[in-house]
Design a protein around this ligand. Structure first.
Ligand SMILES: [Zn+2]
Length: 72
C-alpha cells in the first residue's frame, strides 16, 4: 500500500475591505481581504493545518500584498 501525503496551501478570499490607494501601482481599487493556511494532506485531503493563519490585504490590480497588523 502506498501512502500519499504532502501539503497544500489553501487560499480564501474573505471579500473586499474597501477602496484603498496602492503605493505600488498607484491605483485606487477595491482591495481584497485574503487568508492562507498550509495544511497537511493525506491522499490529497487536508487533514490538519501545519501553519498559522496568514491574513493580508491584496491589491487586485498588481497583486501586492500588505500584512494585516497583529492584535486587531
Ligand atoms: Zn496595486
Amino acid at each position: 500500500m502506498i501512502i500519499i501525503f504532502g501539503s497544500k496551501t489553501m487560499y480564501k478570499n474573505l471579500g473586499t475591505v474597501g477602496s484603498y490607494y496602492c503605493e505600488r501601482c498607484h491605483n485606487t481599487s477595491e482591495w481584497q481581504f485574503m487568508q492562507h493556511r498550509t495544511w497537511f494532506t493525506l491522499f490529497f485531503i487536508p487533514v490538519f493545518p501545519i501553519s498559522g493563519k496568514h491574513e493580508y490585504l491584496q491589491c487586485p490590480i498588481c497583486s501586492q500584498a500588505y500584512k494585516v497588523p497583529e492584535g486587531k
